[in-house]
Design a protein around this ligand. Structure first.
Ligand SMILES: Cc1cc2nc3c(=O)[nH]c(=O)nc-3n(C[C@H](O)[C@H](O)[C@H](O)COP(=O)(O)OP(=O)(O)OC[C@H]3O[C@@H](n4cnc5c(N)ncnc54)[C@H](O)[C@@H]3O)c2cc1C
Length: 289
């Protein structure tokens, strides 16, 4: 079998998926797809002509049983543009290759992130790493105006230094985290799923979730069966600690959970996540076909 061409992915190539106010994710190229995963896996499990139904069952089986290496055979290359504070979170995912615009070589563009008013929130009171209630509109607009004024001021100081001949690598050092940067980023499907699992999660910051959703759209186009299996067995799954499992057993037997306050809330949130999941469409037979 030669190069795998996936029509849904071909249609998405070079399309800028808009993210936040000035960012984007663009699928530059891909290698492989569902068929490559199946081919690679059948090196382990034996070749032979298989139906689409059997391929789908195999892909579900692989993901369900953490047989992840066939998914590393699929590669995706993106061009993405994001604020620096998002780039700092993104770059923590080490299992990728990237090339970023250089602020030593290039003049940084006058492009800064400004949130929409409905994304301007108070600090959460129960989650030290998260947002709580949205600010009233007039207060949110005042915050945005403040952010914008600071950005304009810092960029004008940057421009003055550049015009005065100061080295670009030094002049850029006072630019804020809201400045947009861009890079080429290449990752395999297994590690992209890992990224999406962590960064599309409700505990991740809203702004990186927006990028994770655009990346997910591309992953789904390149390998739709694998993405379906990922949604079924990983994104849609819920894991319980041993204590939570014991509490669940007590509840299923008609008793009380036996947990209090935060641990009880965490358990109830997980149960709520299960309830709000989409209906499952996983194949019934998940044996290696
Ligand atoms: C909601 C949220 C909050 C976070 N808060 C913070 C924070 O406050 N401070 C902070 O510093 N980080 C924070 N992080 C970042 C987090 O700790 C991880 O660094 C990040 O999510 C990348 O995960 P990873 O290492 O699994 O991914 P990758 O680097 O892509 O690695 C993927 C997998 O490859 C393996 N791997 C990769 N490199 C190595 C290695 N050198 N040795 C062994 N195994 C390796 C591991 O199994 C790893 O899980 C946060 C992440 C999330 C999602």
């Amino acid at each position: 079998m030669g190069r795998i061409v996936v029509p849904e992915a071909e249609a998405l190539l070079d399309v800028e998926l808009k993210v936040l106010d000035k960012g984007f994710v663009r699928l530059v190229d891909y290698m492989g797809g569902d068929q490559r995963i199946v081919q690679a896996a059948r090196v382990s499990y034996g070749a032979g002509t298989k139906s689409v139904r059997q391929d789908r069952a195999l892909i579900h089986y692989l993901i369900k049983h953490w047989h992840t290496s066939p998914f590393e055979q699929v590669q995706l290359t993106f061009h993405a543009k994001m604020p620096i504070f998002i780039a700092r979170q993104w770059i923590r995912h080490r299992t990728a290759r990237l090339n970023e615009i250089s602020g030593r070589y290039s003049i940084m563009k006058d492009e800064f992130y400004l949130p929409d008013p409905d994304k301007v929130s108070f600090q959460s009171t129960d989650n030290k790493q998260g947002r709580g209630e949205t600010l009233p509109l007039d207060q949110a607009e005042a915050v945005i105006a403040q952010l914008e004024a600071d950005q304009k001021h810092l960029y004008s100081e940057y421009t003055k230094m550049i015009e005065g001949g100061v080295a670009r690598e030094l002049a850029r050092t006072n630019l804020p985290l809201s400045l947009y940067t861009e890079w080429y980023w290449q990752i395999d499907l297994h590690n992209l799923f890992h990224f999406i699992r962590l960064r599309a999660d409700s505990h991740a910051q809203y702004e990186i979730r927006a990028y994770a959703e655009a990346l997910a759209q591309c992953a789904k186009a390149v390998a739709p069966m694998a993405f379906e299996a990922f949604e079924e067995h990983i994104l849609g799954s819920v894991t319980f600690s041993r204590a939570e499992g014991e509490a669940l057993s007590r509840m299923l037997a008609g008793g009380e959970a036996g947990l209090e306050e935060k641990p009880l809330k965490v358990l109830m949130d997980k149960i709520e996540k299960m309830r709000s999941n989409q209906p499952s469409e996983a194949p019934d037979d998940l044996q290696v076909p």
